[in-house]
Design a protein around this ligand. Structure first.
Ligand code: FEO
Ligand code: CA
Ligand code: CA
Ligand code: CA
Length: 601
């Protein structure tokens, strides 16, 4: 049988790619191939993709749009299960102008069905071959707007979650804005409902509505014209919006399973969630609320993980305690002036505490009931004095060390227009390039309520920006990096970071970077790949044991139109496994999940 290349996975970093370039770039000795593109068929009855005549019925049976969180769960040398979030849609490049202007039912209906989640079986001939999708495989599934989810945890059934269509407050249709996620130690997938507010029109008058960015304005996609549940002003649907903003758990191995929304992890713009099992057996989940000046959260389960008892482990996120982070710095306060210059003690670092919001399923926030804390979690976190962060995106514990990494992608409002000033954990005024925090729970106990922290990276292009920091690694030897978003780890314990926003900050296309965490090379940043024009790099998966790396390419050519595309990724660049499935004759870009693999020899 064929084998992966000998020795430890390695590569020569690529040069950063100017943002005007529409290409997918990998290191010398590697190649890439699409796995699945927007519109590819998943089922035996799926129609071929035809962007000139896309319909809601076709889209419901095809791979969705803007691919985000991704995992590839290997089930044998030649079989695997692909999971992908479809975060949102870019209608102006999906549809011809005449449809955008005159066929709104089509545009809205396709957009609705292009959201959600996908599970797709993959196969390959041997471990050196790229994965290919299996159309019509038994586990293939689209999670759509009419898929039923069960609410779990202390707020399930709360009056805050009841609607006329669901007086029980426990059964919800659909998931929207699914951004990052995580695969649990028991083999399920967690997916974060992030910018859910954008799908709902609301009176926008209550403190909670304002805090969650809900407004009395027509939504961007206008789904309230398709279905009154997207308009919270509709009598009986006032609480529909409260049924979104959760962490969703799905079982990719059972296509008949009912997915769940876990109220115990709170309601916020969840980027995603990642679980680690503490030494005492508790499941600990970390999650960021991706908004300027919002917070970092941690959930600790009431019950303990039981190896091999999957049914029990699938209940772990239903009961427990929820905390929000408060950070303290240890440098002389006057030295944290927003410039980003390193303080005299040589590090942005300090200590922190996890402030309890709910302990053992009961609110500990004065004046708020348990369901109020879990449904209006941002208000609860405001009340206890959590630290306002620079948009915490992916938060992921390193399985090798237990240390937790937080990607703060950027916050151009830090310290300006009367907004909160810089502090030691968010040390730059108008933070355009972002930073990465490293957290070590006290005593190595993942359930601890206190921790130490330091900044691993203060991002940017060190050739043009003197306030970048790479844990002391020489700045002239790193790849420039900006706007860290998604995180992953390889089997060597290195951190991998994908980015979203580098074109507008450092002038290079977004990409995927490896960061050494241990030893003398700590802080070394090496760029592995670069995505096409106007795309964001999402969902990195690193199977370095097989020399395979995967990314989902989101919103390529997002600034173009159907008639005037600004990217032609991927069909002008590579043949996809399902090339015969339609669309290749078009020049419009297609969000695509991609595999990178070594060239033979
Ligand atoms: Fe959907 Fe926070 O990125
Ligand atoms: Ca310090
Ligand atoms: Ca993201
Ligand atoms: Ca992002």
């Amino acid at each position: 049988a064929a084998t992966a290349p000998e020795g430890t996975f390695g590569f020569t970093p690529i040069d950063p790619v100017p943002y005007t370039t529409d290409s997918f770039v990998v290191p010398e000795g590697f190649d890439w191939a699409p796995i699945l593109r927007w519109g590819d068929p998943l089922f035996d009855d799926s129609p071929a993709f035809d962007a000139t005549n896309q319909t809601p019925e076709a889209q419901a049976r095809q791979f969705g749009y803007n691919v985000d969180y991704t995992d590839i769960i290997r089930t044998s040398d030649t079989t695997a299960i692909l999971f992908v979030n479809h975060e949102y849609t870019n209608e102006t490049i999906m549809f011809p102008a005449d449809q955008l202007a005159n066929d709104l039912d089509r545009v809205r209906g396709v957009g609705l069905k292009a959201h959600g989640l996908s599970v797709v079986e993959l196969t390959r001939t041997d471990i050196t071959a790229p994965w290919e999708p299996v159309v019509g495989a038994p586990l293939n599934r689209r999670f759509l707007d009419d898929t039923e989810y069960v609410m779990t945890g202390p707020a399930a059934g709360s009056p805050l979650l009841r609607t006329d269509a669901d007086p029980s407050g426990t059964r919800v249709l659909g998931t929207f804005g699914n951004c990052a996620g995580g695969t649990t130690p028991w083999g399920t997938i967690l997916s974060g409902e992030e910018n859910f507010n954008g799908y709902f029109r609301s009176a926008g008058t209550s403190a909670a509505e304002e805090r969650y960015g809900l407004a009395d304005e027509e939504t961007q996609r206008g789904w309230e014209h398709l279905d009154p549940r997207f308009d919270a002003r509709t009598p009986g649907y006032e609480n529909e919006v409260n049924r979104f903003g959760w962490i969703v758990e799905i079982d990719p191995t059972d296509p008949t399973s009912t997915p769940r929304k876990h109220t115990m992890l709170g309601r916020l713009k969840h980027e995603g969630a990642n679980v680690i099992i503490a030494d005492n057996g508790r499941a600990v989940a970390y999650s960021g609320d991706d908004e300027r000046f919002d917070y970092l959260y941690k959930f600790v389960s009431r019950d303990s993980f039981v190896e091999g008892d999957r049914a029990h482990n699938m209940t772990l996120l239903e009961d427990g305690s929820l905390y929000v982070a408060r950070f303290s710095g240890n440098s002389p306060a006057g030295e944290i002036d927003g410039s980003g210059e390193l303080p005299s003690d040589g590090a942005f670092d300090g200590t922190g505490e996890w402030l309890p919001l709910v302990v053992d399923n009961a609110s500990v926030v004065p004046g708020m009931s348990t369901d109020e804390v879990l449904v209006h979690t941002r208000l609860a976190a405001d009340a206890v004095g959590a630290t306002k962060m620079d948009r915490p995106e992916d938060v992921e514990p390193n399985p090798a060390t237990g240390r937790v990494y937080v990607a703060c992608t950027n916050n151009s409002n830090r310290g300006v227009d009367g907004n909160d000033p810089a502090d030691e954990v968010n040390p730059r005024t108008e933070n355009r390039d972002g930073h990465v925090i490293e957290i070590a729970e006290d005593g190595g106990d993942q359930t601890s309520t206190t921790f130490a922290w330091n900044l691993l990276l203060v991002a940017g292009d060190p050739s043009t920006n003197t306030t970048t920091y790479f844990s002391g690694f020489p700045m002239n030897e790193v790849s420039p990096i900006s706007c860290p978003d998604n995180l992953a780890f390889d089997s060597q314990g290195n951190l991998w970071i994908s980015t979203d926003g580098a074109p507008s900050t450092i002038g290079y296309n977004d990409g995927l970077f490896r960061v050494t965490l241990e030893g003398p090379d700590r802080g070394r940043v090496e760029q592995f790949l670069s995505v096409p024009a106007e795309a964001e790099t999402c969902g990195p998966v690193v199977h370095d044991d097989e020399w395979h790396v995967f990314v989902s390419v989101q919103h390529p050519g997002e600034d173009g139109t159907y008639e005037q595309p600004t990217s032609t990724f991927p069909d002008s660049m590579k043949t996809a496994p399902l090339a015969a499935a339609g669309g290749a004759e078009l020049s419009i870009p297609r969000p695509t999940t991609v595999q990178v693999f070594p060239l033979p020899g």
